[in-house]
Design a protein around this ligand. Sequence first.
Ligand SMILES: C[S@@+](CC[C@H](N)C(=O)[O-])C[C@H]1O[C@@H](n2cnc3c(N)ncnc32)[C@H](O)[C@@H]1O
Length: 243
Amino acid sequence: MRGPLPHENQTSESVDERTHLSNGKLFGEEHDQVQKDISCETSKCSTAGPGQVNCSQYSENKQLFILGCDIDKVLIQRATEANPYPENITFQEVDIMDLTNSSKLFVDFLATHQSAGLFDLTTCFSITMWIHLHHGDQGLMTFLHEIAKRTRYLLIEPQPWKCYKSAVRRMKKLKLPIEWLSLNDLGINKDVVEKIETYLVTECNMEIVQRLGETEWERQLLLLRNISFSSDSCTEKHAAVLK
Ligand SMILES: C[S@@+](CC[C@H](N)C(=O)[O-])C[C@H]1O[C@@H](n2cnc3c(N)ncnc32)[C@H](O)[C@@H]1O
C-alpha cells in the first residue's frame, strides 16, 4: 500500500525565502496576475508572497489571483479557514496527477480570472519527490509536463536524492509502511535535480531565467520561463527584481 509521506518541518524563514518572487512584481504590472501553487499544504507558501503586498491591489488597479492546490483535503480545509484574502486566493483539493480533474480546475480558474488562458507563475515547492516516489520516473515526467503547461513562469524547488533517503529514514522511525517505497526501482536517482532541469528545458519548452541559489535546506530554487508563450526575455527589469 502506498501511504503518505511524513511531513518535513520547514521553517517560516525558508518559506519567505522561497516566495519573495511570487508577489507579482517580477512580471510587470500591465494586467492582473494569476498564479498557482502546486502542493500548497496549509497555505504558507501561497500566502507568504501576497502577505507582503495588498493582494487585491498589488499595483495600481491590478489584482493578484492565486490558486493553491493540494491533494490533502484536511490541509485544504485549514488553508481555506485561515485564508487572509478569500477574494483573491482560492484553495482547492486536487491530485495534480489526476490529469482530467486538475486540467479542468486550472482551465476553469483561468477562465474566471484571465482571458489569456495562462498562469503568470506556477510555484512548486518540495513536491517533486512525493510525485516521484508515488508515480515513478514516468510519473515525474508527466508531472513536469503538467506544471510547465499553461504558465509563463515556473518557480520550482526540486528535491535532491538525499531527501529521498531522509524520507525513508523518517518513515522507518515512525514505523510507517515502506514496502511500497523502493528507491532501487527508480531509474532517475542520484542526479534527480539535474534530470528535472534538463527535462524541463529539453522536453517542456522552458528556459532557465535564473538560478536563485539554495534554500537553507540546501535545495536549489530555479526560475524558468515557457518560451512558447512569451516573446519577452529576461529584461533588465526582471534582472533588477531578481537581485
Ligand atoms: C513537503 S509538502 C510541501 C508543502 C509546501 N509546498 C511547502 O514547500 O512548504 C508536500 C505537499 O505535496 C502535497 N502533494 C503530494 N502529492 C500531491 C499530488 N499528487 N497532488 C497535489 N498535492 C500533492 C502533499 O499533500 C503535501 O502537502
